[in-house]
Design a protein around this ligand. Sequence first.
Ligand SMILES: Cc1cc2nc3c(=O)[nH]c(=O)nc-3n(C[C@H](O)[C@H](O)[C@H](O)COP(=O)(O)OP(=O)(O)OC[C@H]3O[C@@H](n4cnc5c(N)ncnc54)[C@H](O)[C@@H]3O)c2cc1C
Length: 495
Amino acid sequence: MTGVIVWGGAGRDVVDVNGFSRSSACFQHYPIRATLLASPAPPGRQERRVNVDDSVPHAAPLPPEPPAQPPHDADVLVIGAGLAGLRCAGLLAEAGVRTVVLEAGDGVGGRVRTDEVDGFLLDRGFQVLPTAYPEARAALDYDRLVLKPFYPGALVWADGRFHLAADPTRRLLDAIRHARTPIGSWADKLRLLRLTGAINAPDDDERWTWPDIPTADALAQAGIGEGMIDRFFRPFLGGVFADLDLQTSARMFAFVWRMFAAGTTTVPEHGMGAIALQLAGRLPQGTVALDTPVQAVAALDPTDGRAALAHVTLRSGDVLSARAIVVATDELAAARLLESATPPRRGRGLTCLYFDAPEPPIAAPVLALDGMGEGPVTNLAVMSAVSSAYAPPGRALVSATVIGLPQVDDAALEASVRAQLRGWFGAVVDDWRHLRTYRIAEALPDQAPGRLVPPIRPHILGGGLFVAGDHRTNASIDGALVSGRVAAEAVLAHL
Ligand SMILES: Cc1cc2nc3c(=O)[nH]c(=O)nc-3n(C[C@H](O)[C@H](O)[C@H](O)COP(=O)(O)OP(=O)(O)OC[C@H]3O[C@@H](n4cnc5c(N)ncnc54)[C@H](O)[C@@H]3O)c2cc1C
């Protein structure tokens, strides 16, 4: 692994690379204020749910330094119950390590959560699980998720009607039947087949050695014409990357294109949040402390024999210690907690509107794309056509995704979305009931060229601190799961 902090001698304030360098101030002790440190867990205690309510309010003056051997409630504290944190905690628990996950939110899953609203299942932003994800295959029990497939292809809205763009490697007959479309020339389609063949080369790691150039450039270099890029790739990949300009590295394109081609694109029957619930369900009871935001972390100081453990300061003021701390938050929060000297580049935003429709505007489980670049909606899916559990009987759930964070209020956004979709589906759109709008500011970390190099960035920060999350790998469910595993392996080697 490269870029790992090197400790020792006078160099201990020279820390990690890739955006997680920390000032030496981070190595100073935090004032220990929490009574959790003063009230050790009984020896041999296996589990303890740590949350704000557990803490005993302190009245005594703060000790100036941590005690020599601070008692602790867990061997490892994981900050964040997103997929990376849950995966990491799961592997640690499996290895018999006492682990506590501290989560700021009121549920597990981070960016992969599903809300129930009036009997509809609303994923927090349109998301899919391609079954070919290698790490997901290892980490998840697909059978128990009851995965529901999308059609391998898309409907593209262009020139006043929908055109089917079928995946010729999976639906050859459909592809032939619908070959004459305004979505790309024959030459484009042949070049795309060649490109797909190259991406599908057998070695999975090869995709991370693809030219690290913007996806738009890679498509153009492959000879794909502007028509096909604008009508198909921009709305399709624009949704996947939250990036209509296709400035995301072609390495990410190669990875996701391979994943879509090699497996089935699905959602769990009961929503994407089921993925996180499955991971959390495997943890020993009480492992996850919800509504427990962490304010600061501090590494152990190996030159100071008194500070044997790393520390976490909760927003409540309580301080917890452990032999290792894994910061498994999103990139911005990680930079803040780790006092990164170089703040990360802002991530990419997505907005998702949900509607309750009396009739499904599209009966098939297929993604619909805005091939005209008119917007604001870039892609749309009738989620209840993919899994009937997404809507109550007799109703349909429509998910419409807008790339970015529109600078208008929800009512104005809804009005412009309806106006566009009236063009697609007619006046029935007026019968739809708006259920909710999700604006997700930091949906995906920036993945411009240079940002995915190397494919797995350092997870070890030194001093008992570790970092995990999709920003250490790639912005995907798979990337988060990989990162959680890599962090767990590093922690196990450290303990
Ligand atoms: C709208 C949308 C669509 C997407 N579509 C897809 C898709 O189709 N396919 C795909 O593979 N991927 C998709 N992704 C990406 C994928 O969801 C993420 O890459 C992945 O879930 C990231 O997981 P994570 O564990 O790294 O981070 P997160 O999910 O962000 O988890 C971090 C956790 O840390 C917690 N936290 C933060 N700060 C603190 C603190 N101070 N104290 C305690 N806890 C804290 C947060 O509350 C959160 O629970 C999508 C993402 C979004 C938002």
